[in-house]
Design a protein around this ligand. Structure first.
Ligand code: KIV
Ligand code: ZN
Length: 522
């Protein structure tokens, strides 16, 4: 009998901390539904104390999901109470509390004298904070996880001491993060084996690991930890997360599955749902998957050279260690068109992992028809982008009413825009360095703004001349980032829509609504 490794998905928490990613509550709920189909064991839904949006997302996911839903919190009472409040109605709530344990973090983050004067005193304070936090969390739920932040660089005897103390205080999972992605696989494996030896009560808790990918070793470190006693792997879809990201869920799961001849572990992941989950996460976060990404990249199952193609035609196993079907890559993409009905569209969206009905379905259907009118064939990736666009729309959006652009090799690019907000309609024109610049300048004039654009990109969602263009605009306002997306067969229109969406999110945040970016103070 193989031993089970629990899959703790942190796409909606650490994944959402990826630079440039931002999700609204609806998008997070939709991804959580897909994670449930993927059959992950634990969904880390967010950091409730960090913003009203985070709180709401954790609450809604907890209320809806049949899985264990975790809320992250620092080792302070207010955060723990907030996680408890958010998870109050969850079927299986988990409070996940953390504090830094490495000397470099302790001295850097807890430098103030109130935490102690010497390193030794500070270590005592941190240990007491961790124990108090776990005890307090246990008054709300029997499922409490403790994370020793930067455990990868923490002194082994201090780490063992703190882990023993939190298990005594009631932690049921103890997480050993390699927060900075610094460790080496055999070294990290020894760290886990060392804890198994040194910590007297270690059998009363599940050992978890959480590896970052700064040196590209996150998956290797996770697998090494599993071989040495870890039974929970924290990971994210497409490996998204802080900086270079987290260990990628699909790589851990498929490595364990494909090389099951080498070891005695298994996961319960429904691997055929990997592809849909990966695409959904990419389209909602705007984080594009590199083509050569293992398992889910566009090229993961493509064979370019003649020798490879010949081998594949004779026997797929010559160059493939797993089948595309085993991770849910569709063999053929069904194409919808202008004559497809609403039910056909709904069924197709459902097979891609999206649950839409009622008004939302009607909205998507109208948008689908206008796209189908322009480009005849609508592919799965077009539908994913449309869904992403539909769900990311802010409530009181500033809309593009009209756009006219004049551009060419021998003329000065000029754009005229008409924009509608809840209260007003604005119209302005501007010239610019190119048509997009002219368009952005016309928007800024109309709304009486300086340039807020921090980054801008545009990509095509499918191959071919009639592909949909998806533009992403990130703006910076008083230290906060807001990311907008726009979709159209016309990339200038897509760009204008993306800018307006980012500006709408800024308005929403300013008026005290949802801060669209997580600010978790880690
Ligand atoms: O990387 C890290 O240490 C974390 C913890 C909060 C688990 O994300
Ligand atoms: Zn992390």
């Amino acid at each position: 009998m193989k031993e089970k490794v629990l899959i703790f998905d942190t796409t909606l928490r650490d994944g959402e901390q990826s630079p440039g990613a931002s999700l609204n509550v609806q998008e997070k709920v939709e991804i959580a539904r897909q994670l449930e189909k993927l059959n992950v064991d634990i969904i880390e839904a967010g950091f409730p104390a960090s913003s009203p949006l985070q709180f709401d997302a954790v609450r809604q996911i907890g209320e809806e999901s049949g899985k264990i839903v975790a809320g992250l919190c620092r080792s302070v009472e207010g955060d723990i109470r907030s996680a408890h409040e958010a998870l109050r109605n969850a079927a299986h709530p988990r409070i996940h509390t953390f504090v830094s344990t490495s000397d470099i973090h302790i001295m850097g983050k807890f430098g103030h004298e109130r935490y102690g004067r010497s390193l030794d005193e500070k270590r005592r304070t941190i240990l007491n904070m961790a124990v108090d936090a776990v005890r307090f969390a246990r008054t709300f739920t029997g499922d409490v996880e403790f994370s020793a932040e930067d455990a990868g660089r923490t002194d082994p005897s201090y780490l063992a001491e703190i882990i023993e103390a939190v298990i005594d205080a009631g932690a049921t999972t103890v997480n050993i993060p390699d927060t900075t992605g610094y460790t080496w696989p055999s070294e990290f494996g020894r760290k886990i084996a060392g804890l198994k030896q040194r910590v007297a009560n270690i059998d009363r808790a599940t050992i978890s690991v959480h590896c970052h990918n700064d040196l590209g070793l996150a998956v290797a470190n996770t697998l090494s930890a599993i071989e040495n006693g870890a039974r929970q792997a924290e990971c994210s879809m497409n490996g998204i997360g802080e900086r270079a990201g987290n260990a990628s869920l699909e790589e851990i799961v498929m490595a364990l599955k494909v090389r099951s001849d080498l070891h005695g572990y298994h996961t319960d992941i429904a691997t055929e749902e990997i592809y849909n989950t990966s695409r959904m996460v990419s389209s909602f976060t705007g984080l594009v998957i590199q083509p050569n990404k293992a398992i889910v990249g566009d090229n993961a199952f493509s064979h370019e050279s003649g020798i490879h193609q010949d081998g594949m035609l004779k026997n797929r196993q010559t160059y493939e260690v797993m089948t595309p079907q085993s991770v849910g890559v569709p063999e053929t993409s069904i194409v919808l068109g202008r004559h497809s009905g609403k039910h056909g569209l709904q069924a197709r969206l459902e097979s891609l992992g999206y649950s839409v009905s009622g008004e939302e379905l009607e909205n998507v259907y109208q948008r689908f028809l206008s796209v189908a009118d322009k480009k005849k064939e609508v592919y799965d990736d077009d539908l994913r982008v449309l869904m992403g666009d539909e769900l990311s729309r802010p409530q009181d959006a500033i809309e593009l009413d009209y756009l006219h652009v004049n551009s060419g090799t021998a003329s000065i690019p000029t754009a005229t825009v008409r924009i509608r907000s809840k209260e007003n309609t604005y119209e302005e024109s501007s010239t610019g360095d190119g048509p997009v610049d002219a368009c952005f300048k016309a928007i800024e004039r109309a709304l009486d703004l300086g340039s807020l654009v921090n980054s801008y990109s545009v990509r095509s969602t499918t191959a071919g001349r009639q592909a949909l263009g998806e533009a992403t605009v990130r703006i910076e306002d008083e230290g906060r980032f807001h990311t907008g997306r726009g979709v159209s067969t016309d990339i200038i229109e897509a760009s204008a829509k993306a800018y307006l969406q980012a500006l709408s999110l800024r308005e929403e945040a300013r008026s005290g609504g949802n801060d669209n970016r997580i600010n978790n103070g880690i």
